[in-house]
Design a protein around this ligand. Structure first.
Ligand code: ADP
Length: 386
């Protein structure tokens, strides 16, 4: 039995949908999200009191206890509870105009609520005609596949084999609300409930205190050759000269190690930034001033990176240089190669750059020198008391 609460009256009568199964007065039930127990006191259907009801049906019920409930809650038998997890395996049918990007965060809507989700691993695509499993890094419009998903908060659900209604979800574009995918949960991933965050005695504050600094992330974004590395390098030197403890993570360098398995497709760029953001979070936790020098072309991933940090910990710095000037500078000869067609997916040419709309700092390198830009960043840190 699964009862989905859609409205709550002042007298604590619960209006909702009996999605599946039977409900009887006296049944022992659980509120799936909170784990609170109660019993069914009354069932009302079409203005009449009933002893029982069978789903699917729209009903009003009363419980024997006044529990803090909210719309969207799922009520289930106390001895046949749905699962609660923040990771699961799902079947997805992709409907977005743009391809699916594993690692990007999407809005996940289920029968009982709303949270943020990303595809942590696309396992395979399902061939439409034969149902065969085909290795894939992405899904195009109309394609289906099996993937692992990670959520920012746990949800209540049933595996599709147990209850299709409570296994269903949709993925929406976070900004526009457009439907990007429909899915059903195959099963929860056991690791979700078994891997707990290890609470440690030494924390971020104490690690920062011995370094006598307030850790933060300076996230430099801009086109290739805009000046990110040059400015980041100067900022790091100035911080060290001031006895601070910075660490500069440079896009090219990280691509030689941790991210050497990633290329420059949209999907790989998303994963590149996800890993860098997670690494920055660990470094911030270590008490460091983290300087990130990555093109990071997509707004969605910069927002995702920002969401990992407290408001005053993340400083987005737009290194603003026009494509023409970047191409003239071309310190690594990459634009020349891109013009000759020797580099695919080059930002500004055949791969987009989405400029930040509200960065904490906006630096126009065509009107200030690299040295002045670095001083502006240091002045911003000083003003913020870092
Ligand atoms: P990115 O890391 O963004 O790819 P780089 O720092 O490697 O860019 O390259 C930028 C190039 O532009 C360097 O050769 C640098 O000397 C030059 N440059 C000229 N003016 C500036 C400026 N105002 N700020 C930063 N770099 C500048």
């Amino acid at each position: 039995m699964r009862f989905h609460v859609t409205a709550i009256s002042a007298s604590n009568q619960l209006r909702g949908d009996l999605l599946t199964g039977d409900l009887h007065t006296g049944d022992r039930i659980v509120i799936a999200t909170s784990g609170q127990l109660s019993q069914v006191r009354n069932i009302f259907s079409e203005g009449e009191t009933r002893d029982s009801a069978a789903g699917p049906a729209t009903l009003t019920i009363e419980l024997t206890d006044m529990l803090p409930l909210s719309v969207g809650n799922i009520i289930a038998p106390a001895d046949a509870r749905p699962e609660v997890a923040d990771q699961f395996e799902a079947k997805l049918n992709w409907q977005g105009r743009d391809e699916l990007l594993p690692g990007r965060s999407y809005q996940l809507v289920t029968v009982n609520g709303n949270t943020i989700a990303s595809i942590s691993k696309l396992k395979y695509r399902l061939d439409q005609a034969s149902g065969q499993h085909i290795a894939a890094n992405t899904l195009q419009t109309g394609e289906s596949g099996i993937c692992n998903m990670a959520l920012t908060a746990a949800i209540v659900f049933d595996p599709v084999a147990v209850n299709p209604e409570t296994s269903k979800f949709e993925l929406l574009d976070k900004r526009t609300g457009a439907t990007l995918a429909k899915g059903e949960i195959q099963h929860g991933l056991r690791r979700a409930s078994n891997v707990h965050w290890q609470a440690l005695d030494v924390d971020k504050l104490s690690r920062a205190a011995i370094k006598q600094q307030t850790p933060c992330v300076l996230w430099l974004t801009g086109l290739s050759a805009s000046g990110k590395s040059t400015i980041a390098n100067l900022v790091e030197k100035k911080l060290v000269a001031d006895s601070k403890h910075p660490y500069l993570l440079d896009g090219d360098n990280v691509r030689h190690g941790l991210n050497k398995d990633l290329g420059f497709t949209d999907a790989d760029r998303v994963e590149n930034i996800r890993r860098v953001a997670e690494m920055a979070k660990l470094m911030l936790d270590a008490g460091l001033i983290v300087i990130i020098s990555f093109i990071s072309p997509f707004k969605a991933e910069r927002e995702m990176a920002r969401s990992l940090f407290a408001e005053d910990e993340f400083v987005e710095i737009f290194i603003d240089t026009s494509l023409e000037v970047c191409e003239q500078r071309d310190p690594k000869g990459l634009y020349k190669k891109a013009r000759r067609g020797e580099i695919k997916n080059f930002t500004g040419f055949d791969s987009p750059y989405e400029p930040p709309l509200n960065p904490e700092l906006h630096i126009d390198t065509e009107s200030v020198s690299a040295e002045q830009a670095a001083d502006t960043i240091i002045a911003h840190l000083n003003a913020a008391g870092k």
